[in-house]
Design a protein around this ligand. Structure first.
Ligand code: ZN
Length: 433
């Protein structure tokens, strides 16, 4: 299907730009971006006067497997620290996942992402009772919703060598399958790993081997809590990022999530390797693990939700207010830049342009019915982002030229919330079995 999007206000995050333009979409791409385009016979004309159009948002770190956690029964006792949050909440949940609940969880998370205007997800998956084949289940659910994603399986030693090896092979399987986008242009893979404190030297070497074999990045949590830093120091005599560097597990495609307790030396090692630092403002506040030194990460900061939905408007707003409250030296324009970095991260993963709607770029775009009481301009875009724009304005979502959501309706139409809620009940019942 071809479309001519007429009279839209086209918004670009970095460098900020607000302009009136028409966009011609054909064969999945933006084929013309100019004012006053005339319709072709074979295309549908959509009048977007008064509406904003921008490149789809990207979530740089999430866990779709946690999408059915909302409202789940409380743990047997209240966690006292970060390790107990993992042991009593997340590691019970991920171990309870089976084929069905992996699928519905991913579907629920992907639908929420789409509704929030997020068109690409960097997912970090774990389901230790069903490792082999799990990434394809996640992929099928995301494909059904119609989004783009970069997937990986969280390798860890926490379940022993057998599960660790299965996790490595699961990454290898998807890396092989997705290589070059031959089977599915909307999917790519990375090497997933949990965190330094649950990974032996042997496991890290295996992850680094895969990274080099497939020329991809590592997706891993670093220094989310002080326990990760203390473990690396006590057990390996090094910083967390320094340890990854020693194993040759850093490159420009690597995503280090959190980085809250990194030392100056570790940050310098990460920066010189050109990694991306994924800041997860709401998750960090929720887990009470501290505030990441975002201003120290340089120009390689991206934003993740760590499984708290995939609403990047909300994540950016929280990150902005947290940075103000903490006097971090970040202003609204910085968060525009960070959200654009997320799109750059996706652009690099897919080898295409996903940060602007220039001619030739894939048509991954969102339409916002943003009613502002004040003029929106290139100069004040950041102010609108942090004080006004939000995902409730998202009216339509297009990925690779296809409407995923049009006029607030999902393209696949069915009401899937009933089976999703049923799956949640099944999952919750298994938590203590
Ligand atoms: Zn995470």
């Amino acid at each position: 299907m071809s479309y001519l999007l007429k009279s839209a206000t086209v918004v670009t995050l970095n460098p900020p730009k607000v302009e009136r333009a028409d966009l011609r979409i054909a064969a999945g791409s933006v084929v013309e971006h100019a004012a006053g385009l005339n319709p072709h016979e074979d295309e549908e004309v959509i009048d977007l006067s008064g509406k904003l159009v921008m490149s789809g948002m990207v979530c740089a770190h999430t866990h779709l497997y946690s999408a059915l956690a909302r409202g789940m029964p409380p743990p047997p006792r209240a966690p006292k620290n970060f390790k107990e949050i993992l042991e009593l909440i997340w590691w019970r949940l991920d171990r309870a996942l089976d084929e069905e609940t992996i699928y519905w969880s991913a579907m629920a998370g992907a639908m929420e992402a789409a509704r929030a205007g997020t068109t690409c997800l960097f997912d970090h998956h774990a389901s230790p009772s069903r490792i082999t084949g799990s990434l394809q289940i996640v992929r099928e659910a995301i494909e059904k919703v119609g989004l783009r994603a970069v997937l990986c399986y969280e390798v860890t030693d926490r379940g022993g060598a057998k599960e660790r090896d299965e996790g490595i092979e699961e990454n290898r399987g998807l890396l092989n399958w997705s290589r070059g986008g031959a089977h599915a242009p909307l999917f790519r893979a990375m090497v997933g790993a949990h965190a330094s404190f649950t990974l032996s030297d042997e496991s890290l070497d295996a992850c680094a081997g895969l990274m080099h074999e497939f020329d991809v990045g590592l997706h891993i949590h670093v220094a989310e809590d002080l326990c990760d830093v203390e473990d690396a120091r006590a057990t390996y005599g090094s910083g967390v990022v320094e340890r990854l560097a020693k194993h040759d597990a850093l490159n420009k495609r690597t995503v280090l999530a959190h980085g809250i307790h990194l030392s100056d030396e570790d940050i310098a090692v990460g920066r010189s390797a050109g990694v991306w630092f994924a800041h997860n403002s709401r998750s960090n506040m929720n887990n009470q693990v501290g505030y990441a030194p975002v201003a120290e990460f340089g120009d390689r900061v991206v934003l993740g939700t760590d499984g708290i939905g995939a609403d990047m408007f909300e994540e950016a707003r929280f990150a902005f207010f947290k940075s103000r409250d903490s006097r971090a030296g970040f202003v609204g324009d910085d968060w525009l830049r960070v959200l654009a970095n997320n799109q750059r991260l996706a652009s690099e993963a897919f080898g295409t342009e996903l940060a602007t709607l220039t001619t030739g770029s894939p048509a991954d775009l969102i339409v916002l019915d943003y009613k502002s009481p004040t003029p929106l301009t290139t100069e004040n875009l950041a102010s609108h982002l942090v004080f006004g724009m939000n995902s409730a304005s998202v009216e339509s979502v297009m990925v690779n030229g296809k409407f995923v959501i049009r006029d607030r309706r999902h393209s696949f139409g069915d009401d899937v919330y009933e089976p999703i809620r049923e799956a949640a009940k099944v999952l919750w019942a298994k938590l203590d079995s």
